[in-house]
Ligand binder design. Structure first.
Ligand code: NOJ
Ligand code: CA
Length: 551
C-alpha cells in the first residue's frame, strides 16, 4: 500500500473565482484576487483548492457551459494569471483541482456551431441528434420545474439534440473516439499548467449511453481510460467524481481494484447527515456510513456539507425529506427543483453556533476527506432573492469595507449579502480574525487537529453502540492506533455508555478539551455530552507518535 496518497488527508476548499476577490476593480472576482488571498487560505489550513469552471463561457450556468476549454474567461484574467496562481498555490504547499466539464459544452462552442450548420462537418458527430423528438424527451430532466425536456430542436440543423441539463448545454457524444481524444487533450493541457486533479462533473451522465443511438450501455471502461491517461501524464493527479448514486453503484466508480476514479463525493452520507441534524436521530446516518464503508484501499470519499448547488435530498424517502424541509427550509422559496434546499449551512442551522460546530466537527471526522465551501468558515448566509442556486454563490465577505472588501467597484456583478444577521457588517473575515472565539478561528483550530489525526482519512471505521439513537459514535483504527469520535445530534444533554475495545480503549484522551475518560471496571466509558456536544478522543495516551515513528 502506498503511504503517501495526498488525497487521503487533504483539506479541500471549493472556491468560485468570480466571487472570491476582485483585484482590478471591475466588480468580478479574478485570478489575481484569488492569488492575493492564498495566504488567508494557507493560514486556514487548506491543502487543496477546487476551482469551479473558469474557462471561456457565456456563463449561463456559472461556467458549466464552456465555449473554449483552452481559454480563461477574460473576466477572470488570462492563462498567464492562471499559471501564476497555480504556481503561487504550489509555493504554499497547496494543490489545485478544477472542474472537468465534459458531459456537455455550451451551445456557443465552435464545435456545436459547426455541427449544427454542416451535416458533413466532423463535429456533427460530436453531439447527439435525432430527426424526430424522442417520445421520452420529457423524462430524465435534471432541473425539474425549470427544464422541460432533454431534446430540443435546433432550427439550423433541423434536428433535435440531446441535453441532459439546460438546452444551452448540448451533450457530447462520448462514443465518438474523436471526442475522447479532445477530452484527453484538455486533461493533458491543464496538468501541464499545474493542476493536481479534476472534479469530474456529472459522471453518471458522461458514461451513460442515453441519447446515443449506437451506444445504449453504461460505459464503465471510460472511467478506467481517463484515469489511466491522467496517471500516465502525472502520477499523483486524481479524479474526484460528482456522482449522486446508490451505494451499490460505488464500486463501479472506484473500480473493484481501485482502477477507476480515486475519489467520489459521498452524496449518500451527505443527505443522511442532514437528516440526522434535522431529526436528532443518527441511526440512518450510521447505516449510510456502513453502506458506503466498502471501498478499495486507494479509493477515498470526499465528504461535504454544502456545495455550490442545492442541497439535493432526492435520495431520502418522501417522509425524511419532508422532515428536513420542515426543520431547515420551511418556506418554499428556500427549496428548489422539488428535491433540494438552496440555503447556506449557517442559516439552515438557525445560526446556532453549537449546531454549526457539531456539523463541522462531524464533517471533519467522517471517514474520508473533507471538502469545505468558501465562506462557510465564517458562517456566511445566502441571498434568497437571487435565482435558483445563485442564492449560495454571493461574494466572499472579507471586511466591513464597502461590498465586504470584495471589490472596489461601485457595484459588484453579484451582490454581496448586506443586511440582516448574515450581512457583511456582522459576518466577515477581518472581524473574525481578531476574535479568538470566532467561527473562523475555531475552524482553523479544528483543521489543525484534523491534520494530526490521519486515522480519520486512512483508518477502518466502525460504528459503536451508545445506547442512544441521537448519538453517533465512530471508532477508527489504523496502524495500531485507535481514535473515537462522538456527536450528539440532540438539543439536550445526555449521558452515554460506550465500549471501545482493546487495552488502549480503557483510557480515552480528549483531543479538543481537558475532559478525558477512563473506563469503569466493566470496560465501559460513561460520557456526559452537552446539547449538540462532540468529542474527539485518542485511545491510550499521546505517546503513540513515538511508537509510530519507530514502526
Ligand atoms: C453539476 C454541477 O455541480 C452543476 O452546478 C451544474 O449545473 C451541472 N453539473 C451541469 O454541468
Ligand atoms: Ca475583476
Amino acid at each position: 500500500m502506498i503511504k503517501d496518497l495526498w488525497y487521503k488527508n487533504a483539506i479541500i476548499y471549493s472556491v468560485q473565482v468570480e466571487s472570491f476577490m476582485d483585484a482590478n476593480g471591475d466588480g468580478i472576482g479574478d485570478f489575481e484576487g484569488l492569488s492575493r488571498r492564498l495566504d488567508y487560505l494557507a493560514g486556514l489550513g487548506v491543502t487543496c483548492l477546487w476551482l469551479m469552471p473558469f474557462q471561456q463561457s457565456p456563463r449561463r450556468d456559472h461556467g458549466y457551459d464552456i465555449s473554449d476549454y483552452y481559454q480563461v474567461d477574460p473576466r477572470f484574467g488570462t492563462l498567464g494569471d492562471f499559471v501564476d496562481f497555480t504556481h503561487q498555490a504550489k509555493q504554499r504547499g497547496m494543490r489545485v483541482m478544477m472542474d472537468l466539464v465534459i458531459n456537455h459544452t455550451s451551445d456557443q462552442h465552435p464545435w456545436f456551431q459547426q455541427a449544427r450548420r454542416d451535416p458533413d462537418s466532423p463535429y456533427r458527430d460530436y453531439y447527439l441528434w435525432s430527426d424526430t423528438k424522442p417520445r421520452d424527451a420529457h423524462l430524465g430532466v435534471v432541473f425539474p420545474g425549470v427544464q422541460k425536456t432533454t431534446w430540443t430542436r435546433d432550427p439550423v440543423a433541423g434536428k433535435y439534440y440531446f441535453h441532459r441539463f439546460f438546452e444551452f448545454q448540448p451533450d457530447l457524444n462520448m462514443a465518438n473516439p474523436a471526442v475522447l481524444a479532445e477530452v484527453r487533450k484538455i486533461i493533458g493541457f491543464y496538468v501541464e499548467l499545474g493542476v493536481s486533479g479534476f472534479r469530474v462533473d456529472a459522471v453518471p451522465f458522461v458514461i451513460s449511453g442515453e441519447g446515443s443511438r449506437s451506444k445504449p450501455r453504461t460505459d464503465w471502461g471510460l472511467l478506467r481510460e481517463l484515469r489511466q491517461f491522467l496517471q500516465w501524464r502525472c502520477g499523483d493527479a486524481i479524479m474526484l467524481a460528482e456522482a449522486n448514486v446508490l451505494p451499490k453503484e460505488n464500486v463501479n466508480y472506484f473500480g473493484a481494484d481501485g482502477d477507476r476514479l480515486q475519489m467520489m463525493f459521498n452524496f449518500w452520507v451527505n443527505q443522511h447527515a442532514f437528516h440526522a441534524m434535522a431529526s436528532g436521530d443518527a441511526r440512518e446516518l450510521a447505516r449510510a456510513l456502513q453502506e458506503t464503508r466498502e471501498r478499495p484501499d486507494t479509493a477515498q470519499w470526499a465528504h461535504f456539507l454544502r456545495n455550490h448547488d442545492e442541497l439535493d435530498l432526492g435520495r431520502l424517502s418522501e417522509e425524511q425529506r419532508a422532515g428536513v424541509f420542515a426543520a431547515m427550509a420551511p418556506d418554499p422559496s428556500m427549496q428548489l427543483y422539488g428535491r433540494g434546499i438552496r440555503r447556506r449551512l449557517a442559516p439552515m442551522l438557525q445560526g446556532d453556533r453549537r449546531r454549526i460546530e457539531l456539523a463541522y466537527s462531524l464533517l471533519f471526522t467522517l471517514p474520508g476527506t473533507p471538502v469545505l465551501r468558501y465562506g462557510d468558515e465564517l458562517g456566511m448566509g445566502d441571498d434568497l432573492r437571487l435565482d435558483q442556486r445563485d442564492s449560495v454563490r454571493t461574494p466572499m465577505q472579507w471586511s466591513t469595507e464597502p461590498h465586504a472588501g470584495f471589490t472596489r467597484a461601485a457595484r459588484p456583478v453579484v451582490p454581496v449579502v448586506a443586511d440582516g444577521p448574515y450581512g457583511f457588517d456582522q459576518v466577515n473575515a477581518a472581524a473574525q480574525r481578531r476574535d479568538p472565539e470566532s467561527l473562523l478561528n475555531w475552524t482553523e483550530r479544528i483543521i489543525r487537529m484534523r491534520k494530526e489525526v490521519p486515522e480519520l482519512g486512512w483508518g477502518e471505521c466502525a460504528v459503536l453502540e451508545t445506547g442512544n439513537d441521537g448519538v453517533l459514535a465512530l471508532r477508527y483504527e489504523w496502524r495500531n492506533n485507535t481514535v473515537v469520535t462522538i456527536h450528539n445530534f440532540l438539543g439536550e444533554a445526555i449521558e452515554i455508555e460506550l465500549k471501545v475495545g482493546g487495552d488502549a480503549g480503557r483510557s480515552l484522551t480528549n483531543l479538543l478539551s481537558e475532559a478525558s475518560s477512563e473506563a469503569d471496571a466493566r470496560g465501559r466509558h460513561h460520557i456526559i455530552l452537552e446539547p449538540y456536544g462532540y468529542r474527539w478522543y485518542r485511545a491510550g495516551g499521546l505517546g503513540y507518535l513515538l511508537e509510530r515513528a519507530a514502526a
